[in-house]
Write a protein that binds this ligand. Sequence first.
Ligand SMILES: *Cc1c(COP(=O)(O)O)cnc(C)c1O
Length: 546
Amino acid sequence: MAGKSPTEKKELVADWPALTRTFIQPESDAAKSTLIKYMEQILFGLQDFLKTHVGFTEAISLKHLADRFTNSLISQNPDKKLADVITDLIEDIAPHAVNVASPYFVGHMTSAIPFFMVHLKTIVAALNQNLVKIETSKVVSVVEKQVLAKIHRLIYQQSDAFYKEHIQSTYTTLGCFTENGTLSNLTALWVARNALLSPKTGFEGVEKEGLKAAYDAYGIHRCVLLVSKRGHYSLNKAGGLLGLGNRNIIAVDVDANNRIDLVKLEETIRTLLKGPRKAAVLAVIGIAGTTETGSVDPLREMAGICGEHNIHFHVDAAWGGPTLMSEKYRHLLSGIEHADSVTIDGHKQFYMPMSSGMVYFKDPAIMDNIIYHANYVNRPGSVDLGIKSPSGSREANSLILDSALKIMGSRGYALLIDHGIETARKFADEIENRKDFQLITSPELNILTYRFCPFDLQEKLAGSDDRQRVRINETLNDINRQIQRRQREAGKSFVSRTTLDIKDFPGQHIVVLRTVIMNPMTTIDILCEILNEQEEIYKTMIRDGF
Ligand SMILES: *Cc1c(COP(=O)(O)O)cnc(C)c1O
């Protein structure tokens, strides 16, 4: 450019030759090796930042970072080359992201993934298939149907003949891939809603006529969903999106083990079904691994109750579903085979990269309730997977799961599941053995909650009346909030925090620390270090005159 010395960097311009180069397969060895170098940078360049911090620290505050990202203008000419963009991402962005892969990061359901997942994700991007229709995916759609059948079989254990009939049938569907557990729950309840408020004489069905007409046609004034109060908030979103109103997602009380109270469930159903202004129970939802405590509802008994009243039984196994691969622990989910629908997340205990959800149905014809056709694609009787799906265009996550199942085998996954459950149990023992800690919910799967509770306060709690107890618990809530925050800040390890109402302290919200053990590199020694650090933090707090 005029006026610039030749040593200055050449300005990048958006021109046709440069653009076309980004679409052409590299032919020369030099171009190929450049691209390989970038992939190397991605695979190995990201590792270093992972060693510095674990959690969401305030070493550089979010506010400070936000101040650096306030430019809403798109530059007209290119700013950077790929190499520089990758370097920026690795050196400037990654260090301020969260190191979810650390074995000390045990606070959330997001964790390390096997390295081969990055390769598989790359293949999915490189192929760029669109599962909405066979014309953009061909064999990948039938691979998807196969892997759906594999997971369906894991849940429902139907006969060889059943899978032979349905695995590649173009008329029936065993389930579908979605973007996440939230959409899977929504899909299951969408199907259940349409099955319940289906077409009949003088009424063309809720999908077509809407809820007002449906309630009139069926003589009901509302539809409700029943789930324990440990239910995931995605169910409330589903209530909103499906027009039911999320006030009609009724939270049923839990027992001392955080499982739905069956007596209360039956009572609630009876009350709802009688009376002049009838309500319809659209579905009862059992949870196989609650997000907060990892508890599993009594699925078999719930299925029995639903069978009696002819209610759709959905199991939210977003978290716990893959436990079915463990011969040792699959019994924890027994009864799941009676569910009408089941949600499982791929990016949780299938260790897939973000994000992938799935929903399965016992009846291979039930998804006909949400069938949609378009003239240019998705014709009746085609393999087009977009016909029965909340999504339109969608990536080929099924290829990742199919490949991962081959690489791991169900035994490989079982090792991960068993490690999580057994490490969580050891951790629970350790917490119970330490005098300044209190186990709040023991692990059924691999999630547990506890709190720091100095021994002297434990003794005070035991000997106090209701009013004193409330005050002591408030102090403890404060202590635990502080410990969690200070530990996160220190940046070495991360546990999360939630509040629970627990039977011992009715009417009170108890702040608890929550750990999710899914990283196979998280050992009991690491968990002990985390407790040690919490003890040290408390000592500092006392010294600082907390
Ligand atoms: C994680 C989770 C969900 C929601 O899944 P997303 O993938 O985060 O949308 C739903 N239910 C339960 C029990 C979960 O643990």
